[in-house]
Write a protein of this length. Structure first.
Length: 115
């Protein structure tokens, strides 16, 4: 009999589906972004600012960033769980990763809504 100790482990289909869904969201955003850039043809800072002044592009960009950060969280969390065996070090790395990703999300909000 295997005595398996679970320390914050997430095994299964849910994380796999979420990671694929976030990848699809990021891919769709990339297509939309390049379509907008081809149509607008921004050649100045004002033109770039105009693209992101639109509420739809702000929301789509933020959704892409949130998807990216969640996608990264699942991947890095799985790496920490697979390769870092000491529980204390694993917890510290997970907290550091989560803190950095939340900080990046806040920074993205600040940048997008300052435009």
């Amino acid at each position: 009999m295997v005595n398996r100790i679970l320390v914050g482990a997430h095994y299964g289909l849910k994380d796999w589906v979420i990671q694929r869904a976030t990848a699809i969201i990021m891919a769709l955003y990339t297509v939309i972004f390049f379509a907008v850039v081809l149509v607008v043809g921004p050649d100045s800072f004002a033109a770039w600012r105009g693209i992101f002044a639109n509420g739809f592009m702000k929301f789509a960009t933020f959704l892409c960033f949130v998807s990216l950060f969640y996608h990264v969280w699942i991947g890095i969390r799985d790496i920490w769980m697979d390769y870092i065996k000491p529980d204390g070090l694993r917890l510290l790395l997970m907290i550091a990763t989560a803190t950095a990703l939340v900080g990046y999300a806040g920074w993205a909000v600040q940048i997008l809504w300052r435009i």
